[in-house]
Design a protein around this ligand. Structure first.
Ligand code: NDP
Length: 302
């Protein structure tokens, strides 16, 4: 005999359970395709009718309304343009969502995620927020990185379902905003790096260097980043920014060289000028002998 209680709302779902996907943009289609491939009975809905013929051919059920789609499954995945759109779609169908698990994989800010979580709680909807960190072609593979945050009991119950979307599915914690916090931080690095790459090609290209000739050296430069990221993480946490090998005052001169060379060739220097302004503020705050991580003191709100 045992006195353990059995709560079906927290018991992990082990066999492929029915899943609904709201939104059949490029990403929504990839998500629904991955669920189908993993054997989940999959119901789909999209605002503009007629999208997802290939999913229907592969066995998905397509409904005319979001409410009908929601009624088909305990787990409802949302992947729409942004949170304004997802709230516009979800708001009117709150009664149908009640008692189900809603997983919002739309990208937006942590604030929007927390607002959505508060709305879901008001309506008795078990809510997980999520973020997708890979392009559509990687969804459903071992490399697909997805973040989730919200109640651990909800994540644990549906983890096997969510893992159909990617082998690198990570639960971050109870705060619903965490998935977007990590997503925004990684995108911050991604977009500034992409902008830097384009600028580097433009700078070398202004003197006739072909992109293909510069590319191998940019790739080689990227390979030094993993140890930099590791040590920077530790320095950010400790507030200790050793600058013995490359102090900010020296780095500032090097940034100036690139700005002058770029300006001389008529290139946009807005992003570089912003970086230099942050460097100058950090130096003015007394961090001239510290390393690059010290610029965080000028990036943070005063
Ligand atoms: P798409 O632009 O391809 O699709 C947008 C979806 O939102 C469509 O289903 C569209 O419906 C729907 N939509 C837009 N406006 C409305 C509205 N007013 N009412 C109802 N539905 C609406 O975007 P993706 O699928 O690429 O992206 C979806 C989410 O996934 C975004 O948050 C994105 O940041 C994220 N993501 C995407 C990645 C990618 O590689 N594509 C990578 C990582 C994250 P309709 O067909 O009717 O227009």
């Amino acid at each position: 005999m045992t006195n353990q209680s059995h709560d079906p709302s927290t018991t992990p779902v082990t066999s492929p359970s029915p899943v609904t996907v709201l939104g059949l943009g490029a990403m929504g289609k990839a998500l629904a395709g991955a669920f189908l491939k993993a054997g989940h009975p999959t119901t789909v809905w999209n605002r503009t009718p007629g999208k997802g013929d290939e999913l229907v051919a592969a066995g998905a059920t397509r409904t005319a309304t979001a409410a009908d789609a929601v009624r088909a499954s305990e787990v409802v995945i949302v992947c729409l343009y942004d949170y304004d759109v997802s709230q516009a779609v979800l708001g009117p169908i709150a009664p149908e969502l009640k008692g189900r698990a809603l997983v919002n994989l739309t990208s937006d800010t942590p604030e929007r995620s927390r607002e959505a979580a508060a709305w879901a709680a008001e309506h008795g909807i078990a809510y997980l927020d999520g973020a997708i960190l890979v392009p559509v072609t990687v969804i459903g593979t071992a490399d697909a990185l997805l973040f989730h945050s919200g109640p651990k009991s909800v994540y644990d119950r549906h983890a096997s379902t969510l893992k159909a979307l990617g082998g690198n599915t990570v639960y971050l914690g109870e705060d619903h905003g965490l998935a977007a916090v990590y997503d925004n931080a990684l995108l911050d690095f991604f977009w500034t790096s992409m902008a830097g790459l384009v600028h580097a090609f433009a700078l070398a290209g202004a003197d006739g260097v072909k992109g293909a000739d510069l590319a191998p050296y940019l790739s080689a430069l990227l390979s030094i980043f993993p140890p930099i990221v590791e040590s920077m993480g530790g320095e950010v946490d400790s507030g200790d920014y050793p600058g013995d090998q490359a102090p900010l005052v020296t780095e500032a001169v090097n940034v100036d060289h690139v700005i002058h060379a770029s300006a001389h060739r008529g290139l946009d220097v807005g992003a570089l000028g912003g970086i230099k302004a942050v460097l100058d503020r950090a130096i003015a705050k007394g961090h001239g002998a510290d390393g690059w991580t010290a610029t965080i003191e000028a990036v943070r709100a005063p």
